[in-house]
Design a protein around this ligand. Structure first.
Ligand SMILES: [Zn+2]
Length: 165
């Protein structure tokens, strides 16, 4: 069987779903709360779709970010990469333990939102570099939280440096 087919057949992802963020452990609840706070500061005047992200590093620091839009649309950046790039620019020797994302146009979005393809690609490279999994928490502005245990689960059959050789 071709490698990709066997990979795709294994896509039973280990996830946890929490119907309310109050069910999360203290560390996860704290990170979701930081992402929620960061979302409020997003610069999203064109889409009105505000996203906040918070990264927990193994040194205990929490770095948050939000989406930054621009009149020249491709010049903006997602919340996830804003937070992760800042974290890795300032703490390049640290590992990312987990990332939380909160998104929605208003405070009534109960639908968890997962990262775009570019953010998945970026997260996966850092996960591979650090050789330990990055946990991911996704939530709307209220309600359900979905937890993943590895960025690799979000991007099977990914492109990486091996493809450049
Ligand atoms: Zn993105």
């Amino acid at each position: 069987m071709p490698k990709i087919k066997s990979m795709l057949k294994k896509l039973e992802l280990p996830i946890e779903i929490y119907s309310d963020r109050k069910e999360l452990c203290g560390e996860d609840f704290n990170l979701i709360t930081k992402a929620q706070e960061a979302r409020k500061l997003a610069y999203a005047k064109y889409s009105n779709f505000k996203v906040g992200a918070a990264v927990l590093l193994d040194n205990g620091k929490i770095i948050s970010g939000n989406n930054q839009e621009n009149a020249a649309f491709p010049s903006g950046l997602c919340a996830e990469r804003t937070a992760v790039f800042y974290a890795m620019a300032n703490y390049p020797l640290s590992r990312i333990v987990k990332l939380a994302v909160v998104a929605g146009k208003d405070d009534n979005n109960a639908e968890p939102v997962s990262p775009c393809g570019s953010c998945r690609q970026v997260l996966l490279e850092y996960e591979k570099n650090q050789k330990t999994s990055i946990e991911l928490l996704f939530s709307g502005t209220k309600g359900e939280v979905i937890k993943f245990f590895s960025c690799a689960d979000l991007l099977p059959f990914s492109f990486d440096e091996k493809n450049l050789k």
